[in-house]
Write a protein that binds this ligand. Structure first.
Ligand SMILES: *Cc1c(COP(=O)(O)O)cnc(C)c1O
Length: 449
């Protein structure tokens, strides 16, 4: 279940009021109604853009004040403090990046090719600026090094007015940032981001999202909505350097060829029409999905309510089934180690046609267990270059008979549903009608021939 955000808590007052005028107030109670969000299209582009620009101006003023007090704390001179109030440009394309500095989030990706970054930021006609915020734990050397790199690189390349780092990232800083930036940047190393939520906060406010296809962004079709860095490739740790190089280039390409030109393509009345239409499409597509109403409902429907029904069943007749289940679990644990999959055979040709099936047979030494105590499954799927099974599916095998040597024979049908290089393995999981989740006991036996 993907995370969501509570939109009314993160949206700016101006944007919330604007949305109220065109959608009515219901989205604040339940943000899931797609048809209602489609009315974003009725907001005149001028109105949406002016609303957004006011918030960018407010972010710039806030950031200047923060920079000034940070410098003051670090003992800067009076003239340096005055310069702090000159940083950033309230009209420039503003990119936001804020997070905990966990290595996989790759906060320094944009800094890999400084010459290219300088080119992008300092274009006289199409200026770009970057506001970063982060928090490093006092003993987190990686995070502290990273902040030092960012600050020293901005100094070295004379970018102090273009790159601003806000210390002590918290919810107040987050609110100003997500409400005022034009672009929210997210660069996790796939597949390490479970969900991520800061981008959701930004898109609810009309920012466009630029991200590797990881976490929540992997679920989004970005066409006309935002931009995706790279094609979702995954790399082993030994190739992380190479991956960073490839993905940093992809990010610079996006900025140079798409993001900056779209932002600065203005109509007669100075409105970036294409950009604003992307803002609308992003908001109306993503808001009904990535919100807490949808998230909590999914938790309730898929987890909490079934768990409650299960509990209500187990407590009947003085917890009869629960007691039986506890005894069964103990019996299963005591005999699990003796369980053994033997003699697996598959009647499948080397080359098979899509749509056909193959038959698989296996015998299992069950020891003290009964055939109905276990579920023997075929796990099948495409074999990757890493020799692992990808996009695995499972089918259960059926118990056929027990022979005179005490071996239990099972048979199953393997569907050959897709083209490519295929493989399978077998696994045994505990099975009991009262066992709510077959993985709950953390017991599995695998046969990968
Ligand atoms: C939203 C938020 C986060 C989490 O952001 P992710 O994108 O999930 O990493 C962390 N810190 C603050 C202050 C936030 O507001």
């Amino acid at each position: 279940i993907t995370n969501g955000i509570h939109i009314p808590s993160w949206i700016s007052n101006e944007m919330g009021t604007l949305i109220d005028r065109y959608l009515g107030p219901h989205w604040r109670e339940d943000a899931r109604d797609r048809v209602n969000w489609d009315r974003i299209d009725q907001i005149p582009s001028e109105e949406l853009w002016r609303t957004h620009e006011r918030r960018r101006e407010r972010l710039v003023a806030f950031a200047r004040g923060k920079v000034r007090s940070q410098m003051d704390r670090h003992g800067a001179s009076q003239s340096a403090l005055e310069n702090a109030l000159e940083v950033l440009d309230p009209e420039a394309l503003t990119i936001g990046f804020a997070r905990r500095f966990a290595p996989y989030k790759r906060a320094a990706l944009l800094f890999r090719d400084m010459d290219r970054l300088v080119q992008i930021l300092t274009d006289k006609n199409r200026p770009v600026q970057l506001i970063m915020a982060g928090k490093a734990h006092p003993r987190d050397h990686f995070g502290k090094d990273l902040i030092r790199t960012i600050v020293s690189q901005s100094k070295k390349y004379n970018l102090q007015g273009k790159i601003v780092f806000l210390e002590d990232y918290d919810m107040q800083i987050a609110r100003y940032l997500v409400q005022g930036v034009d672009v929210w940047l997210n660069t996790p190393r796939r597949p390490k981001e479970a969900s991520g939520t800061s981008g959701m906060k930004a898109v609810a406010n009309g920012a466009l999202h630029v991200s590797t296809p990881d976490g929540w962004w992997a679920e989004v079709d970005d066409e006309g909505i935002g931009w995706t860095i790279g094609g979702g490739e995954e790399y082993p740790e030994s190739q992380y350097e190479y991956q960073d190089e490839v993905e940093a280039r992809a990010l610079y390409d996006l900025l140079e060829n798409e993001i900056v030109p779209t932002f600065y393509k203005r109509s007669q009345s100075d409105i970036p029409r294409t950009w604003v239409s992307m803002m609308k499409r992003s908001m109306k597509t993503l808001c009904p999905m990535f919100n807490t109403n949808r998230m909590v409902r999914q938790y309730a429907e898929r987890c909490y309510l079934p768990a409650l029904a299960h509990y209500n069943h187990l407590k009947l007749d003085g917890w009869k089934d629960l007691k039986a289940l506890a005894d069964w679990k103990e019996h299963l644990r005591n005999n699990w180690n003796a369980l053994e999959i033997q003699d697996v055979s598959a009647d499948i040709d080397e080359d098979v046609e899509v749509g056909t099936t193959g038959s698989v047979k296996a015998s299992v030494r069950l020891g003290e267990l009964k055939p109905e105590d276990i579920s023997l499954q075929i796990v099948f799927g495409r074999i990757g270059t890493d020799f692992d099974i990808h996009d695995a599916g499972t089918v259960a095998m059926d118990f056929e008979a027990q022979d005179e040597n005490g071996l239990s024979h099972f048979a199953g049908v393997l569907p050959c549903s897709k083209s490519g290089k295929f493989g399978f393995a077998l696994r045994v999981l505990p099975k009991n009608p009262n066992l709510h989740d077959p993985f709950q006991m953390a017991l599995v036996k695998i046969f990968a021939g």
